[in-house]
Design a protein around this ligand. Structure first.
Ligand code: IPM
Ligand code: MG
Length: 353
């Protein structure tokens, strides 16, 4: 197969984890006889500095033209504490999602046995937890009408039937391939938009008789995720709830540095870690590249390259088992490895196994 990949390293630790991801992707393609090419493009603060625009047209063209986007992270301290800033790095990410029509964000929440001790939850609660959050990504408050005055401001949460139906279809398809249990997370006791989600899900549920559908308010879901994470199989929810719940999901597994995600929709799919740009660590070679590398595995999955995806995951597991780990997940008494060293080790492992 021939793969054309747009690489968007972005800001903070982005360029470092991107390098590791590209290396592993190249090694896997070499090992399985695929041709891969990488086109680099600017996004986020890096793009603002160079062009004034966090998602320049040139970047959009490169993404549109590619088979997939390997995205890293955006965000920069210069903008975080400046509410007056008119352009922000995060707008680059949002523009990319909107312009590429990436309405479905797939965020698996999986535990790695050797990292469970890092979870703030007791081992017996979190062991075996394995669910996927399907977050709607191009609607809701993120993109609804906004007003920002000095004394009054608002964001609107709007959803149409079409937007809800298409994301629910994705969620049902995932549930059918997994343990056949779908939970719609909403706030239908308060929000009109949530009631439309629930109504449409109730209409669709009979078309999927093999799937058990249940409905849960978001506050309750936030609680249930820490009380009984194993309850969930596939969770589907609107944009803002999904943003919040997936951060919660990532810490219960032990490390945010390990969770990848895929965003799919109408155009080129994007694969990215769920963590942010961690500007304080930029350039220090300490960031964990595993979420980025596991995003490469999700990319292979998307193209139905199962062996390639499995090879990447096996190499990641081998690095964990061999204690080739960055400081955030290294055990006491063992020396931590740098971002690049972990990436190199994993690429080498894929090449030789
Ligand atoms: C995420 C991030 C983004 C979001 C930010 C960086 C705009 O938190 O991908 O979860 O809110 O969607
Ligand atoms: Mg988030």
């Amino acid at each position: 197969m021939e793969l054309k990949i747009a690489v968007l390293p972005g800001d903070g630790i982005g360029p470092e984890i991107s390098k590791a991801g590209v290396k592993v992707m190249q090694a896997t393609c070499d090992r399985f006889g695929h041709k891969v090419s990488f086109q680099y493009a600017l996004v986020g603060a890096a793009a603002i500095d160079a062009t004034g625009n966090p998602f320049p047209d040139g970047t959009y063209e490169i993404c549109k033209d590619a088979d997939a986007v390997l995205f890293s992270a955006v965000g920069d301290l210069r903008f975080d504490n400046n509410p007056e800033a008119k352009v922000r790095p995060e707008q680059g990410l949002l523009a990319m999602r909107k312009k590429l029509g990436l309405f479905a964000n797939i965020r698996p929440v999986e535990t790695f046995d050797c990292l469970i001790h890092k979870s703030p939850l007791r081992r017996e609660l979190v062991e075996g937890a394995d669910f996927v959050c399907i977050r709607e990504l191009t609607g809701g408050m993120y993109f609804g009408e906004k007003f920002e005055g000095d004394d009054r401001a608002y964001d609107t949460c709007i959803y149409t039937r079409t937007e809800i139906e298409r994301i629910l279809k994705v969620a049902y398809a995932y549930a059918q391939r997994r343990r056949k249990h779908l939970t719609l997370v909403d706030k239908a006791n308060v929000l009109a938009s949530s009631r439309l989600w629930r109504k449409i899900a109730q209409e669709m549920a009979p078309q999927y008789p093999d799937v058990t559908t249940d409905y849960m308010y978001v506050d309750n879901a936030a609680m249930r995720m820490i009380q009984e994470p194993r309850f969930f199989d596939v969770m589907v929810t609107e944009n803002t709830f999904g943003d919040i719940l997936t951060d919660e999901g990532s810490v219960i597994t032990g490390s945010m540095g390990l969770l990848p995600s895929a965003s799919t929709g109408e155009s080129t799919p994007v694969f990215e870690p769920i963590h942010g740009s961690w500007p304080q660590a930029a350039g220090k070679d300490i960031a964990n590249p595993l979420a980025q590398i596991l995003s490469v595995a999700m990319l292979f999955d998307y193209f139905d390259l199962k062996d390639e995806a499995a090879a990447v995951r096996a190499a990641v597991n081998a690095s964990l088992d061999g204690f080739v780990r960055t400081p955030d997940i290294q055990v006491e008494g063992k020396e931590a490895f740098g971002t690049q060293a972990v990436g190199d080790w994993i690429a080498e492992y894929v090449a030789n196994h």
